[in-house]
Ligand binder design. Structure first.
Ligand code: GLN
Length: 224
């Protein structure tokens, strides 16, 4: 699997590049082939199997959107590439978002999600229920996001704000979106493995790591 970390100079403010490390480490530990490429603004947009979009500040978020709109990103996703999108990345792949005041800006339209400004800014720990599991992380965003009809959220918020205080993120085939930083895939090894399983097309051998112990401690601290 070829993983592309998209524009880390714009969407790397919150350490979400660590999601690529978590995915590649857990894939290699099972003997699965994986490469990781960082896509800078100057590099040609690569053909990848999974694109990772992280969080960023408002101005860089707009620039990243413009560059992705002009690149072959949408076409590659339409042809089956996967996307893990965190915070600004999540807003970017939606249909519309507001940054820098209330000015609204067209997103890439990969999923029907609209983000408006909200107050107060959502800053702090976040925990969601995703099926029978919890997903934990940290959020820091001004946007509030509504999902269009037919688009499932990633999970139900049990701590924090997420999209709107009730649900967080979005989930569609080969699309995983959340407001959780962490990096989220390092903090939630089970979710990292779910993404790998869908991308490789088969389930994976269990893998015990120190990340599982840290995850258990985080869940115990956030979810009573
Ligand atoms: N700029 C966006 C917001 O404030 C995204 C922030 C982020 O990626 N953490 O809503």
């Amino acid at each position: 699997m070829r993983i592309a970390v998209v524009f880390p100079e714009l969407l790397g403010t919150y350490g979400d590049g660590g999601n690529a490390l978590a995915l590649s480490w857990r894939a290699r530990a099972r003997g699965l082939p994986v490469t990781v490429e960082e896509v800078s603004l100057d590099s040609p947009f690569p053909d990848a199997d999974l694109y990772l979009l992280g969080g960023g500040e408002d101005g860089p978020q707009r620039l990243a959107t413009d560059r992705l709109a002009a690149a072959s990103f949408r076409e590659r996703v339409a042809n089956g590439a996967g996307v893990v999108a965190v915070c600004a990345g999540f807003q970017i792949i939606g249909t519309q978002f507001s940054v820098e005041g209330d000015e609204s800006y067209p997103g890439l339209g990969l999923i029907p999600a609209v983000t408006v400004r909200g107050t107060p800014r959502a800053v702090g720990d976040i925990a969601l229920r995703v099926g029978s599991k919890f997903l934990v992380g940290f959020e820091n965003h001004g946007g509030r996001t509504s999902l269009g009809e037919g688009l499932e959220p990633l999970g139900q918020v049990v701590k924090g704000v997420g999209n709107d205080g009730r649900v967080d993120g979005a989930r569609a085939p080969r699309v995983w979106a959340t407001y959780a930083h962490g990096p989220v895939l390092a903090q939630n090894p089970w979710w990292c493995d779910e993404i790998l399983a869908e991308m490789y097309g088969h389930s994976l051998e269990p893998l015990a790591s120190v990340a599982d112990r840290l995850y258990d401690a985080r869940v115990a601290a956030l979810v009573s």
